[in-house]
Design a binder for this molecule. Sequence first.
Ligand code: PLP
Length: 394
Amino acid sequence: MFNRQAYEMGAAPNQIRQIFEYGRQQAKLLGPDKVYDFSLGNPSIPAPDKVNRSIHQLLDTESSIRIHGYTSGVGGDPLREAVAANLFERFGVKARMENVFISCGAAPALQAVLVALRTEKSEIIGIAPYFMEYKAFTEANGSRFVLVPADPEKFQVNIPALAAAVNENTQAVILNSPNNPSGAILTEETIRAVAALLTERASQYGHPIYIIADEPYRELAYDGAKVTFIPTIYRDTIVCYSWSKSLSMPGERIGYVYVPEEAADSHELFLAVAGAARASGHICAPSLIQRAVAECIDCMPDLKAYDVNRKLLYHGLTEIGYECVKPDGAFYLFVKTPGGDNSVFCEKAKARNLLVVPSEPFGVEGYFRLGYCVSKEMIERALPVFREVFEEMR
Ligand code: PLP
């Protein structure tokens, strides 16, 4: 006998991984230049030099026992202090290290927060399109996941739809800006409207309704687009962050949860997050990487290569006739499926080894996602193939 839910999650194919594995096999069979794989969100720019230099230096200068030893369960002081100081410098929030829990990336951060917020009838709202794990994590730990479609024009939050979904069981709304998969950045106006709605409902129901700000793409914004730091607008915000994308180190598994001092029940909530992380075995994030990130807290990604890809792909596709909202952030394009039938489109594309992710796992129909964290040269080779599939779908 197994835990049925855990079994089903393990046995269900992760579509993105499946497509990626298929691409790898095809590349072996036909040669890498015959495959156009846009499936994964794996950064394609290298980590800043300082990251690798810091790791080398720490290995050369620190005691091996210490640098590979456990830190405190909630994370070591150097990184917690560095995060708190960095949040103060950048956003003016009065963060202290006691508000920062170091996690093994954004996914375990989210998981811990969702467990911490679970109550008997808890509901968590996700704005579709959303990162597919929101639903999986929420349901796996016994809360109800409620999907609210974004406005399809700009992928901002549809406030009337959100208002209809919030009820007395709502514990949190997850906002992800810049967004995976749409690349949209929530405007300050949108965040203020969400904040006003949640403030009103929280006072009506007599309990806080949190915003979970899932921010692994915070630093990936183009053309000077502003990414609003949500705690500066809404007090009851819990931030889940990771350096997976900003420092191109997703394999190192490092991020944090920030529970602002001013948030409702801040201290208890922080302890609940720490307890939830403990219950899932995700404490003591990797020590060496904690220290290296603390040294690199001010490093920003060099987005030039992504920006070139973004423009090339966006202009190339819209010139062919594809429709998509120009993304302001992250490294994804969310494209309307020509002809409307996603499965037909994806099969036709796959037959040409053009590998894209259909939108259903993100909670909406009729789109596909492209990760442009790939080589520019692959985009150039892929554009004629996109044209062929487009012509066939008309
Ligand atoms: N949230 C979003 C929106 C993501 O796209 C991802 C990863 O792609 C994560 C969270 C998880 O990030 P991490 O690799 O830090 O666990």
